[in-house]
Write a protein that binds this ligand. Structure first.
Ligand code: URA
Length: 238
């Protein structure tokens, strides 16, 4: 059973800083199992004791899971000397070591999962797990059935490497074509390189979904929200 100091428990849950919490606990704003506790160092049993702050129940969440609508122009890293990172966009980190699950290119937009759950991230990124990723792309030139076939067979994107079969759906064919691509791997620049191998250039790329979770249409680029419990369960079942 996990034991935590009361002030640490509440700061982990984003209620306040450790020093704010020490003050608030001493003032009697916190109850454990119905009893006011005024010692910040009081040890609580995680997921067993009931902790109330100002009469609101504070449940313990071990990890955070955030859906970010990544905008173009920020990099998928935790730190960067030059560029703004996706982690810089998360304002309420509460001291957690958040990181992006995988990478989108600097100019790619769309669904990016941010978490501090290392084991889950590892599973989602493992090549063994074949997590579907769906992208919307604008491509220079006319995309046609030969491209659809090539994607379905797998495309050679580097010496001795042919991608797994991918699904290409043409939404609009023209001077600038619009397509939807489903891939199962996450090779560096994969979608751009698959088109480049067929002599075509991706000029806009947006990830619509990952592992069955779709980008929330209410999120504008740069905005984010916590995943719901159901969404987290869905990812854990993958
Ligand atoms: N494929 C790419 O080429 N770029 C991305 O950002 C994601 C997939």
């Amino acid at each position: 059973m996990k034991l935590l100091r009361l002030d640490k428990y509440l700061s982990d849950m984003g209620i306040g800083t450790r020093s704010e919490l020490k003050t608030w606990i001493r003032k009697g704003r916190v109850k454990v199992n119905g009893e006011i506790i005024i010692k910040p160092e009081h040890k609580v049993k995680v997921n067993k004791d009931e902790i109330y702050f100002d009469d609101g129940l504070i449940s313990y969440q071990q990890y955070r899971y955030i859906m970010l609508h990544k905008p173009a122009g920020v990099v998928s890293a935790t730190t960067d000397k030059v560029n703004k990172t996706v982690i810089d966009l998360i304002k309420d980190k509460n001291g957690r070591d958040l990181f992006p699950v995988g990478r989108l290119d600097k100019d790619t937009e769309g669904f990016l999962l941010i978490t501090d759950d290392g084991p889950l991230a590892h599973r989602l990124l493992s090549p063994k797990n074949l997590v579907d990723k769906i992208y919307y792309a604008k491509v220079k030139g006319k995309v046609d059935v030969t491209d659809v076939k090539a994607f379905a067979e797998g495309v050679s994107i580097e010496a001795d490497y042919i991608t797994m079969p991918a699904k290409l759906s043409i939404l609009h064919a023209g001077d600038i074509s619009e397509v939807e691509v489903t891939i199962h791997e996450g090779k560096f620049h994969q979608v751009k390189r698959m088109f480049a191998a067929l002599g075509k250039e991706v000029i806009y790329l947006k990830r619509l979904s990952m592992g069955g979770l779709s980008l929330d249409p209410l999120l504008h680029p740069g905005e984010y929200r916590e995943l719901t419990e159901e969404e987290v369960e869905l990812l854990k079942e993958l």
